[in-house]
Ligand binder design. Structure first.
Ligand code: ADP
Length: 152
């Protein structure tokens, strides 16, 4: 069984992440969306909220699992016996950043990183932009799946 880990902060899940996960499902038997816990980061959404947004978005897709983890992504992959890491590429900046991480990960463990180019219509979306729109009372609903809604 081919399984891929899709790691990230997902603060919050965006239509860009959603697109990568949906397309990942066509390539792998299982896509494990892994929310990294980083004690140094200040998140807008709690871990429970971030997890719920993803679980709800993929409630009808049994090939998507959602987990949380601490520490190195490759260690977590080894723990789960997962052989692939899935990442999205939006632009050259993503490429440079992801290239360094993927090379480092391969030095650390025999894990292949598979990159999917983002869909053109979601390639400009970033969680940081969504958070900015939310903070400033803008209409964030165009940028995120329906499961991501903020109660006021
Ligand atoms: P990180 O904390 O690693 O920045 P993110 O949640 O922002 O985590 O990103 C996780 C993954 O989702 C990365 O591979 C990133 O390139 C990808 N991603 C983020 N935004 C988009 C988008 N708009 N389209 C496709 N992939 C995206």
């Amino acid at each position: 069984m081919k399984r891929a880990l899709f790691p990230g902060s997902f603060d919050p899940l965006t239509l860009g992440h959603y697109d990568i996960i949906q397309r990942g499902v066509t390539l792998f038997d299982e896509v494990i969306v892994a929310i990294g816990i980083n004690a140094d980061k200040n998140y807008m959404f709690s871990l429970d909220q971030r997890k719920k947004f993803i679980v709800d978005a993929f409630k009808d897709e049994p090939k998507v699992k959602v987990v949380t983890y601490k520490g190195l992504t490759v260690h977590f992959c080894k723990e789960l016996g997962v052989e692939f890491i899935l990442r999205g590429l939006r632009n050259p900046a993503d490429f440079e950043f992801e290239k360094a991480i993927a090379h480092t990960n391969r030095d650390l463990a025999p894990i292949e990183t598979v990159f999917l180019l983002t869909a053109a219509k979601t390639s400009y979306i970033a969680s940081s932009i969504v958070r900015d729109v939310i903070r400033n009372d803008g209409d964030y609903t165009k940028l995120v799946p329906k499961s991501v809604r903020i109660e006021k």
